[in-house]
Design a protein. Structure first.
Length: 450
């Protein structure tokens, strides 16, 4: 039974933690099995073996994963719950078989001891076989619903509470099998014959309830992920629409000024003919203010990215943020994708600088080419406060969520950047040094087919 328990627990552990056949995992499995066998010595009580398993598993988590104690507790409690439920059912079956086998025996008949031993062997084999089959079935069912499911800390705590309740209830029932009352002993199955079927039914209901809880929770998580993807796609479409509107507004203003230029020249000629030189200076000054709104300080090699970079430069300048650009023209990559990356990164940088109370606030944009690779580098000052997603890949947004299960637009920005980078066989690297936030996006020329 120890061999069966060890093999099934290791299988469940591998499913939840997604471990592979690596050297450390093999060594841990051997040590775990040895620990189980050693603690099954005659002088050892069952609780000693359970305690040894818990200590070993938690120690392995500390050494191998540095964290994820909630997942380890979930695995151990789930296994303990299934073990307790299997013991309830198999023990009920064993006692029922013993009752049937012993009913026709007479202690005074010849060969009673041999018959008794044979029937006890059948009883023990019944216990072991039913226990092994039930444990295997329960573990396979749980592995099927847990397969390819990322169990985070909230999931682990939710499932652990149910497993602990089921395990404790099963333990209480096992303690009531035989209870000493004064000088007599109360035997549950002798006093309550219906317990032969009620206890297995209760164990089955607890097991089905836990499997359904995991199954429905997994489907709920999948539904929320699909909802999240649609939400992200909508925001991407809105962001692309904004980029197009920015470009259209910019070039609309350019066309408007070009159209009005004849009128301006006519007005200036009229003022010059009347020798109204002071009014000419005022008129030209007002024209200069209008033209400054259309000034393109930075040339990126593409009209769309020109609009985005120069628009963010003007916003930063109004806020007193130092803005530096070193831009290499990006060829072979969609201008819309580059615009999405620049827009998201620069918007996030400006928002971070706005929250920063330092005197010197800055944003530095660099775009470089190395062979077939393009590196988009944004560095900005910020207030030093940052929280990371579980796993540490992307920082969490500092904005409040409009819905508890959805990202904010700020959080979507970096997610969009990461998705675009993956399409171009690239990635996103984020570094934080004191009060400087540094994002590097790497892209290759040929995107993945979507």
């Amino acid at each position: 039974m120890v061999l069966v328990q060890s093999a099934l627990l290791l299988t469940l552990w591998k499913t939840v933690f997604h471990t592979r056949r690596e050297k450390s995992a093999v060594i841990a499995a051997v040590l775990f099995l040895v620990a189980n066998l050693m603690t099954k010595l005659p002088f050892s009580m069952a609780w000693i073996r359970y305690l040894a398993v818990v200590v070993f598993a938690m120690g392995y988590c500390l050494f191998r994963y540095r964290s994820y104690y909630e997942k380890a507790i979930f695995v151990l409690l789930l296994f303990y719950n299934f073990h307790s439920l299997s013991i309830l059912v198999s023990n009920s079956m064993r006692l029922k078989v013993e009752t049937i086998l012993m009913s026709g025996m007479d202690i005074m008949q010849n060969g009673y001891q041999n018959q008794f031993r044979q029937k006890m062997v059948i009883s023990v084999l019944t216990l072991m076989s039913v226990y092994s089959v039930l444990m295997l079935f329960m573990l396979l069912a749980s592995i099927c619903v847990l397969k390819n499911m990322e169990v985070d800390r909230r999931d682990a705590l939710l499932f652990s509470a149910y497993s602990l309740s089921g395990g404790v209830l099963a333990g209480i029932v096992m303690d009531l099998y035989a209870v000493k009352v004064g000088d007599a002993v109360f035997y549950l199955y002798e006093a309550k014959k219906e317990m032969f079927w009620k206890i297995p039914l209760m164990a089955g209901c607890i097991f089905v309830g836990e499997i359904l809880l995991i199954y429905f929770w997994r489907n709920y998580r999948m539904l929320m992920e699909e909802r999240q993807e649609r939400f992200v796609e909508e925001k991407q479409a809105q962001a692309m629409k904004r980029r197009l509107e920015e470009a259209e507004d910019f070039y609309g203003n350019v066309r408007k000024i070009r159209h009005e230029m004849k009128n301006h020249l006519t007005n200036i000629k009229g003022l010059a003919a009347g020798e109204q030189y002071g009014e000419i200076a005022d008129y030209i000054s007002r024209m200069d203010e209008t033209m400054q709104g259309l000034e393109c300080r930075y040339a990126t090699g593409n009209a769309l990215t020109d609009v985005i970079v120069n628009d963010r430069w003007r916003r930063a300048e109004k806020l007193g943020i130092e803005f530096e650009v070193d831009f290499c023209p990006v060829d072979g990559i969609s201008a819309f994708d580059v615009g999405m990356i620049l827009g998201n990164l620069l918007d996030n940088a400006i928002e971070a600088c706005e929250r920063d109370r330092q005197e010197k606030r800055f944003i530095r944009l660099r775009v470089k080419q190395k062979k077939q690779f393009f590196l988009i580098d944004v560095e900005n000052s910020f207030d030093g406060n940052i929280r990371w997603q579980e796993g540490g890949l992307l920082p969490l947004s500092t904005k409040e969520r409009t819905a508890p299960t959805l990202m904010t637009e700020h959080g979507i920005g970096l997610k969009n950047v990461s998705d675009i980078a993956e399409r171009y066989y690239g990635g996103v690297s984020i570094k934080v040094r004191e009060q400087v936030f540094h994002v590097t996006v790497m892209l290759q020329r040929e995107p993945k087919s979507i």
